[in-house]
Design a protein around this ligand. Structure first.
Ligand SMILES: [Zn+2]
Length: 400
């Protein structure tokens, strides 16, 4: 009995111990979850706090962005203003440079003119001395002159008969040329250009260089006058000269002074050979002419020249010499060609500049861009020759 009582007591105590252990575990678990929940709440509170902080940051960033946009707009307008100011300054600098260039050209031209004036004064002094000498010679020759008067009267009578016969012969040739000219095919006449005008001319072509010269003229938008010779192997170049708007003039068929100037008939045959050929290949009747070697000079026969001039006038043509050169009649380097052209052109208001596009004149083609550029800088207009342009004849209007 006693043993059984003790067993109950042990059982009761064990059950109580188990119960207490279970209660302890439940309490412990409750405390743990309660703690976790608190921690979670705190964390959530922290997170929502930081989200609120982030939203505030974003709002302030937006404000900053807005003000940055405003600043960049202000900066852009400032830059725009500065650019316009810069453009204005550039333009002013360019204008000033242009003025400076023109002024330097004028100075150059003035210096050259002065040098030429000095030369002319020296020439005039020599001329005066020569005239004084001639006057003294003439006085002593007066007596013998009286004797020859009768003889010369007779000679001039004979000459005037011959001259009137010649004049009527020239008239009939001129009339036949005139009659052969259809109205519509006269050369295009360019009116004279006002202001400071340079007339670029090329003699002795066409040749293998002509196309290059034409391309350079195109590049600079310049029209020129070509006094051509008889070169059937470059037939297309005559047409190209006309097609690109340049003026075609007559120079000579053969360029052999001795033959051309031996008589008026020789001159006329030489003239007609190239004149008729140019019309045949281009359909244009040239209106301007240049004497080979010029209208005066050691090669010339003044009787033939005067007859030729009368003939040209009778068919409405004008002849032109030149008053500026690039020196390519001889051998020159491109630099010399440039310098000579500028030196002789700048002192004149209406220079007629002689150059050559004949075979072998490579340095002329090479110097042409520089010459055109400089003349443009110096304010020249570019014209082509026609009977309406005041003529440049050697011996007169040289300084025109
Ligand atoms: Zn020539």
């Amino acid at each position: 009995m006693r043993k059984r009582k003790r067993m109950y007591r042990i059982l009761l105590m064990s059950m109580t111990a188990v119960f207490l252990a279970v209660c302890g575990m439940v309490l412990n678990t409750w405390l743990y979850w309660n703690n976790q929940k608190k921690l979670q709440e705190e964390q959530m509170e922290k997170q929502s706090g930081s989200i609120r902080g982030l939203a505030a940051d974003i709002a302030s960033l937006e404000v900053l962005l807005e003000s940055a946009e405003d600043e960049s707009a202000a900066l852009a307008s400032q830059m725009d203003w500065e650019q316009r100011l810069q453009a204005e300054l550039d333009k002013q600098a360019e204008d000033a440079l242009k003025l400076l260039l023109e002024a330097s050209c004028d100075m150059e031209s003035l210096q050259l003119k002065n040098e030429q004036e000095l030369l002319r004064i020296k020439q005039l002094q020599r001329e005066l001395e020569r005239k004084q000498y001639e006057a003294s010679v003439a006085a002593s020759a007066e007596a013998s002159r009286q004797e020859s008067i009768a003889a010369s009267a007779e000679a001039s009578r004979q000459e005037s008969i011959a001259a009137s016969a010649e004049a009527s012969r020239q008239e009939s040739i001129a009339a036949s040329i005139e009659a052969a000219r259809p109205e519509s095919s006269a050369a295009v006449v360019t009116p004279p250009v006002s202001g400071k005008t340079v007339y670029i001319t090329f003699d002795d072509g066409p040749s293998y260089l002509t196309e290059q010269v034409l391309d350079i003229l195109d590049e600079y938008g310049v029209k020129a006058t070509f006094f051509v010779t008889y070169q059937p192997q470059y037939e297309n170049m005559y047409r190209e000269i006309v097609k690109r708007g340049h003026t075609i003039g007559i120079h000579t068929a053969s360029h052999v002074y001795k033959t051309i100037y031996a008589s008026f008939d020789n001159w006329l045959a030489d003239f007609r050979k190239v004149y008729d050929y140019v019309y045949h290949v281009t359909g244009v009747y040239p209106m301007v002419y240049r004497f080979p070697g010029g209208s005066t000079g050691p090669h010339c026969n003044s009787t033939v020249i005067n007859q030729a001039i009368a003939f040209l006038k009778s068919i409405g043509m004008e002849y032109f010499d030149w008053n500026a050169v690039n020196g390519d009649g001889g051998t020159v380097t491109a630099q010399q060609s440039y310098e000579e052209a500028i030196k002789t052109t700048l002192p004149r208001k209406h220079p007629v500049l002689l150059m050559h596009d004949a075979a072998g004149k490579e340095t002329t083609a090479a110097s042409l861009p520089g010459i055109l550029k400089k003349l443009k800088e110096c304010g020249y207009n570019f014209g082509t020759l026609s009977p309406q342009v005041p003529p440049i004849h050697q011996g007169s209007q040289w300084d025109y």
